[in-house]
Ligand binder design. Structure first.
Ligand code: PMP
Length: 400
């Protein structure tokens, strides 16, 4: 038999996708399952995005796209970076890809040699480590403990950097903890990076607009302009504009790096769909009020879920500054047995018993590189959150 490539040996299937599938299977059997496992806004894509895509299609904008992004979209992205992040990127410093995920994938293929190391604050989005391994590099996790508010501490970062380090990844607000960085915290990270000029920094700012309680988002190239030439600032339409299915991400960075990413992008897909690019330009240049309106709704949900979880014996939650996740610590429940008879020895046991016995789908912390925790996505209705919290509460109370 012909064989599958060795590079797939260490690449896992996403636990969050697996749990979302388990929720779908249970629902197909007629079970009233509540899925808190997907990292996806429950809002609709703004109508002006739909109209722009429609207009582009009708106008015949249906030929091969420019591989690195249309001039109109790049101009809208440059305006976004200036307006929201005070960053100057010209067209030759911007690439458009099929999602932030593809930006990061292309960037790693463009830069990593076998054995290069990529420092990834943990817990982290499931895909980072797999993308890094795809590119032949080695993910190096650095724990951001709950006691530190799930933030990256300067001394831990310093200790993780070696002569082989190629990249540092940053993702604040974070998936799965929701932790964000203040300017002072970001400056402390930047100060470490100033001492290590051989390392690039990829900042995944996809949750930029999901931030609460007047906490101010900041991004490293703006906080420390001396790092500007080493930073790849990544963002996209998925989370801010509820456009996960459109697959639109982009980045700004130094010209040579952008040219290399663009080169990979040209082979890996050949550019993002023209009508999607038209829709993205429309949302970036369009009315921005919806960002605050939606953030206010997410905040209400976060506060509700936090207050419900606080009443549950055995769970310990940190209040997240952003994103739409809560990452409760379940160490108080380890060693107990669920009503259905499952011994809870790990966070995987916990989420499996919860979905099988009470039909609430969440994701185990192990999938993000930190145990024993589980991730709740509150990007769903208050009605579902109310029911889900009641079920989680009962599930924990029934444990012996
Ligand atoms: N980065 C992080 C941290 C994410 O959580 C996600 C989505 N789960 C992405 C990137 C993916 O973004 P996109 O849809 O733009 O590929």
């Amino acid at each position: 038999m012909p064989a599958i490539a060795d590079r797939l040996n260490n690449v896992s299937i996403s636990a969050s996708a697996a749990m979302t599938q388990r929720a779908r299977d249970l629902a197909a059997q007629g079970t009233k399952v509540i899925s808190l496992s997907a990292g996806e806004p429950d809002f609709a894509t703004p109508s002006h995005a739909l109209e722009a895509a429609h207009a582009a299609a009708l106008a015949g904008d249906t030929k091969y796209p420019s591989m690195d992004g249309t001039p109109a979209l790049k101009a809208a992205i440059a305006r976004k970076f200036k307006r929201e992040n005070n960053l100057d990127y010209e067209a030759s410093q911007i690439v458009v890809c099929g999602g932030a995920k593809q930006v990061i994938f292309n960037a790693m293929l463009a830069t990593c040699n076998p054995g290069d190391e990529v420092v990834i604050p943990a817990p982290s989005w499931i895909s980072y480590a797999d993308i890094v391994k795809f590119a032949g590099a080695v993910p190096v996790p650095v724990a951001c403990p709950q006691e530190a508010g799930f933030k990256l501490r300067a001394e831990d970062l310093e200790a993780a950097i070696t002569p082989r380090t190629k990249w540092l990844f940053l993702n604040f607000p974070n998936n799965p903890t929701g932790a964000a960085c203040s300017r002072a915290e970001m400056k402390a990270i930047a100060d470490v990076m100033l001492r290590h000029p051989h390392v690039w920094i990829m900042t995944d700012d996809i949750y930029e607009h999901l931030i609460y309680d007047d906490f101010e988002f900041c991004t490293i190239a703006e906080v420390e302009p001396k790092l500007y030439d080493r930073v790849l600032t990544v963002n996209g339409a998925s989370k801010a504009y509820a456009m996960t299915g459109w697959r639109l991400g982009f980045c700004g960075g130094p010209k040579d790096l952008i040219a290399a990413i663009s080169n990979v992008n040209g082979q890996n897909g050949g550019g993002t769909a023209t009508i999607v690019q038209a829709a993205a330009a429309a949302v970036l240049d369009g009315p921005q009020e919806l960002l605050q309106e939606r953030a206010a709704i997410y905040k209400q949900r976060r506060d509700f879920v936090l207050s419900e979880l606080a009443k549950i014996d055995g769970l310990k939650c940190h209040k997240p500054e952003g994103a739409f996740y809560i990452f409760p610590n379940i160490s108080g429940l380890i060693g107990r047995t669920s009503r259905g008879g499952r011994k809870i020895e790990s966070d995987t046991d916990f989420v499996m018993a919860l979905v099988n016995e009470h039909y609430v789908a969440t994701v185990q912390g192990a999938a993000y590189g930190m145990s024993p925790f589980f991730r709740i996505s509150y990007a769903t209705s208050m009605e579902k959150l109310t029911e889900a919290c009641a079920r989680i509460s009962l599930f924990c109370a029934e444990m012996r």
